[in-house]
Design a protein around this ligand. Sequence first.
Ligand code: 2AM
Ligand code: CA
Length: 284
Amino acid sequence: MMSSPSQTQSFIPAMTAIAREAGALLLEYFHQGLKIEYKGDADLVTAADRASEVLIRERVAKQFPSHDVLGEEQGLNDRGNEYRWYVDPLDGTTNFAHGFPVFCVSLAIERRIADSQKRVAAVVYDPTRDELFCAEPGKGAQLNGKAIHVSKIGQLKESLLATGFPSHKRHKNPNIFFYHQITLRTHGVRRAGSAALDLCDVACGRYDGFWEFNLNPWDTAAGVLIVEEAGGKVSGFDGSPFQLNSRETLASNGLLHDALVHEFQEIFAGRGLDPLPDPREYRR
Ligand code: 2AM
Ligand code: CA
């Protein structure tokens, strides 16, 4: 049984082993094809989400028995410990359930002392590409053991961005307007379906920025630290400091941040919105 690491000891090796094991389990389910269940209206959950979280919780309980765990499927197990894990056992469930190979395991550890909370370690593992991203504060971010950095693109019109749409309550989400406007001002906006991987793709420079409404702490806890440690910036849509419980995630390489915050201000204010073309007109 391991105790909590001191300043010099890292959680990353243990988290990496757990994420790899959970990722391998996800791949097994993925290749079998599986039965889709519905959590809500269109909120898919599969046997794989559940089995992955069970595995992760078992490993954490064995190695760090006093740690708290917040997982997407089982909620918060609160022992009042200073260390809390944020677990998304399968980020990208809709992709997974449809056989689209973009999904991952996301693990972060936060240290909570008095009123302060600090994320101390993050691991995101994509089993389909065997890509493992990790970060610790002040130590940089890595992909498969090599240091990664955000891109150097400084102009919105030369950038490639990413966003996401929730799997349910989509009719209450205004993101299509942001998608439309920002698509017109950039090289394009991708929508791959896994927020944790989108953040990692900002961290390693594949994307220059990413935003999404209404993400949950288990979607962002790891990816945000990975972006920051790769030299990027994460905030609310108005540029204010990122909050794990906020409903706004705006990540970028840092260079584009002000321009993105400006675009968001304009869109929220309804200024300069390009009208969506009428498909009937287009057809003619
Ligand atoms: P999930 O696959 O773990 O559910 C898709 O853009 C991203 O949003 C994914 O990371 C997905 O995580 C997350 N997501 C899906 N539905 C959501 C919802 N209803 N609320 C918040 N996040 C959601
Ligand atoms: Ca999930």
